[in-house]
Design a protein around this ligand. Structure first.
Ligand code: SAM
Length: 429
């Protein structure tokens, strides 16, 4: 397919997402099934246009004075991919599959407007109601932080040291441009790429089937590193989900000690079994019934609450969720977080750690939660996780953000990772 056909395909997918309020991945898959002539390069290019359009939906629409899928998709090619309006016009002139040209009104708005005149949340590409939370969390840097969440993310992997060293995985993935990450000790990064470029399907690699690595954002690896479980610790991953952090901690513990993986939702927990098998993990027990945890009350060295959250830190990967998020969703998540923290705290032994993590950058879900929890439960106090940073990642490593000098916030702008919050609370002896 030529660029015109790909652009037309992306416009169809964007229209489908808007009309049926459906996840991007589902809409892209359906488009691929209905257009079997499209090759993998075409589907990747269409996916890139769709994701890029959603990442910068507000600013594209403001500059074009039009929020239609056509205006958004053209804006991607011109603003994000750096193609000139003249080149596009010339290329599409003899391409019968190309979409209709931009209207005169679109062109006149685009060529006369400057984004610096737009409302701040439009420049930031975030919903307006979220702006005060960004301002409160990041102060004068809030705009830069929000804009970085509209960029394209890299593909990050974690070498599974139970089966292969990072160097061994790097060698196996050399031909797809894999490089060591700056922070996470076993992290590997494949750069995001530009324009229509496609990322490799690493899960089809033999080295993946053999369990040498997992797909995991560097931020998620970094928070698992910050947990620093001891080799003989008894750890509970209370919100284990599909097991991303469980697997990372189990490998860091060198298959020793014990990680108990629990999740209130059996369906979310189910994939962990196959992942543990592939990774060669022998120090994990999976629990799908809370009664199985009863005997562990006040006995564990470390309890991790990787809490359900709004996922604002992952907006680069799931930009459609940015526009679906509501105040009510945020309130629901805050209530679920309080519930999970209260339940999980019961398992921490005196002197042990309760660790709270989210993949959100909203202060309501982060600092406010742990402060409220410690105020209500004075046997717990916030320990300075920031002090561990240089020790773990080196003095030259990019620094995280921290509101109080104790908790840690990762962001695309500060640490070139997804957004994550990490707090260690120590239970008094
Ligand atoms: C952010 S996800 C976990 C991701 C996972 N730790 C990983 O690294 O792949 C949050 C999980 O918390 C679970 N959850 C929510 N409330 C819970 C509760 N009260 N008790 C236990 N799990 C809960 C959800 O089912 C969801 O799977």
């Amino acid at each position: 397919m030529r660029l015109g056909g790909r652009l037309a395909g992306a416009i169809e997918v964007l229209a489908d997402i808007e009309a049926r309020k459906r996840p991007v991945a589902d809409a892209l898959k359906d488009w691929g099934l209905a257009h079997r002539f499209a090759g993998s390069g075409d589907r990747a290019a269409i996916g890139n246009i769709v994701y890029d359009a959603l990442r910068m939906r507000l600013s594209h629409a403001w500059l074009m004075d039009d929020e239609s899928p056509t205006a958004l998709a053209y804006a991607v090619l011109i603003r994000q991919w750096g193609l000139s309006q003249d080149d596009l016009q010339a290329d599409f002139a003899d391409d019968r599959f190309a979409p209709p040209a931009l209207t005169e009104a679109n062109l006149s708005a685009f060529n006369s407007r400057s984004l610096s005149d737009a409302p701040a949340h439009v420049q930031a590409d975030i919903p307006q109601w979220v702006q005060p939370s960004f301002e409160s969390n990041f102060g004068e840097d809030w705009l830069v932080e929000a804009q970085a969440l509209a960029g394209r993310p890299a593909l990050d992997l974690r070498a599974n040291t139970l089966k292969a060293s990072r160097d061994k995985v790097l060698k196996a993935l050399e031909r797809v441009g894999a490089k060591a990450t700056h922070l996470a000790r076993n992290g590997i990064r494949i750069a995001a790429g530009e324009g229509a470029s496609r990322q490799p399907n690493v899960t089809a690699e033999l080295s993946f089937q053999k369990g040498w690595f997992e797909v995991q954002d560097e931020g998620s690896q970094v928070v698992a590193d910050l947990v620093q479980p001891g080799e003989h610790d008894q750890v509970l991953d209370f919100c284990a989900g599909g097991g991303g952090k469980t697997l990372a901690m189990a490998a860091a513990m060198n298959n020793k000690g014990q990680v108990h993986a629990y999740d209130a939702d059996r369906k979310r927990l189910a994939p962990i079994i196959e992942r543990l098998r592939r990774a060669g993990t022998r120090n994990v027990q999976v629990h799908d019934d809370p009664r199985q945890l009863d005997a562990m009350k006040a006995k564990l060295d470390c309890v991790l609450v990787d809490a359900p959250c709004t996922g604002t830190g992952t907006w680069r990967r799931r930009p459609d969720t940015k526009w679906r998020l509501t105040q009510k969703n945020l309130e629901e998540r805050v209530a679920q977080q309080q519930e999970a923290l209260a339940e999980a705290a019961a398992f921490v032994k005196p002197g042990g750690s309760l660790i709270y993590v989210t993949c959100s950058v909203l202060p309501e879900e982060n600092d406010a939660q742990v402060q409220r929890f410690c105020a209500d439960n004075p046997q717990f106090s916030i320990a300075p996780a920031v002090e561990d940073w240089s020790k773990l990642f080196g003095a030259d490593a990019p620094k995280p953000r921290s509101r109080d000098g104790k908790t840690v916030t990762l962001t695309p702008a500060a640490t070139a990772t997804d957004g994550f919050f990490f707090c260690r609370m120590r239970r008094a002896v």
